[in-house]
Design a protein around this ligand. Structure first.
Ligand code: NAP
Length: 254
């Protein structure tokens, strides 16, 4: 028997919107006290279209589980049913929140390793922010290297927070921004898979892609995740299966 719809979601208030660019926002809403998740999970947010119907979209959580807000990082899609409505909204407005959290992009799917690469394009950075804010990820890996590839520098969301984490944790956390469509002195400007093929990322981080000690998480553009899967399979990384942790884990967006 289906649950009544009102039992499947709650109505929550937007507490803040941070606009990194016109099309890239971080949105915070109140977290209901009963809403629990692990870093890497995603939520479903909804906006009413009319009295009967709502439009729903999945978004990875950026906030840590103990934050009293739920934070997401999103791209506004021109003409998109959800984001066109969101565009006119502000703090104090309401969104619908599915009571469940979803997904398997969870760090405990990986066997513990010495070095963890967190590779992201665009909004794919989101789940890593949740893991780093939570901090438990550092119990399973000696070093975490976060690589974030965006088109233009303004899209380097959370760059200041990541730089501060790097300063606070010394060599245990390293942040490597990549900007592919504008020249930024001192910043790499080539797509991540090519940087790995050329050994440039490994040189920058003084790390390897050796599956015996290294674990890799990949999140973002679906073409990027497909390319990374081929590259890592060639290097003998193992996928995560139900009840069998592996050495590489993927989340593809949209
Ligand atoms: P993006 O086009 O995914 O680019 C972000 C970064 O990923 C750039 O550095 C880009 O490099 C790189 N990249 C793209 N394809 C790659 C590949 N195959 N291998 C390696 N790196 C790759 O940018 P975005 O801002 O995240 O999103 C772009 C568009 O995607 C948006 O305008 C939106 O329409 C759509 N989008 C949709 C959703 C959704 O939920 N529906 C979510 C996010 C984005 P280059 O500069 O070389 O391309």
């Amino acid at each position: 028997m289906n649950e009544p719809a009102t039992n499947r979601w709650t109505t929550e208030t937007i507490t803040s919107i941070h606009r990194w660019t016109d099309a890239l926002w971080s949105l915070r809403i109140i977290r209901p006290a009963a809403f629990r998740f692990q870093p890497g999970h995603y939520v479903r947010l909804g906006l009413p279209v009319d009295a009967q119907e709502s439009v729903w979209r999945p978004y990875s959580l950026v906030s840590a589980p103990n934050d009293n807000a739920l934070e997401i990082l999103l791209v506004l899609i021109p003409g998109g049913a959800f984001t066109s409505q969101l565009m006119g909204m502000q703090a104090g407005d309401a969104v619908l929140l599915d009571r469940s959290c979803f997904g398997f992009f969870l760090a405990d799917q990986l066997t513990p390793g010495r070095t963890l690469w967190m590779l992201a394009t665009g909004t794919g950075l989101g789940p890593y922010m949740s893991m780093l804010r939570d901090g438990a990820i550092l119990n399973a890996h000696e070093r975490v290297i976060v690589v974030h590839s965006v088109r233009v520098a303004d899209e380097l969301a959370y760059a200041d927070e990541l730089s501060a984490l790097q300063r606070a944790h010394g060599e245990r956390i390293q942040y490597i921004p990549v900007v592919t469509r504008e020249p930024i002195p001192g910043t790499m400007n080539t797509r991540i898979p090519q940087l790995i093929q050329d050994n440039r990322l490994q040189s920058e981080a003084e790390a390897t892609f050796d599956p015996t000690t290294v674990r890799v998480m990949v999140c973002g553009n679906p073409d990027f995740t497909a390319e990374m899967r081929r590259l890592l399979v060639d290097r003998k990384f193992l996928p995560c299966r139900r009840n069998a942790p592996g050495s590489m884990l993927f989340e593809k967006y949209w």
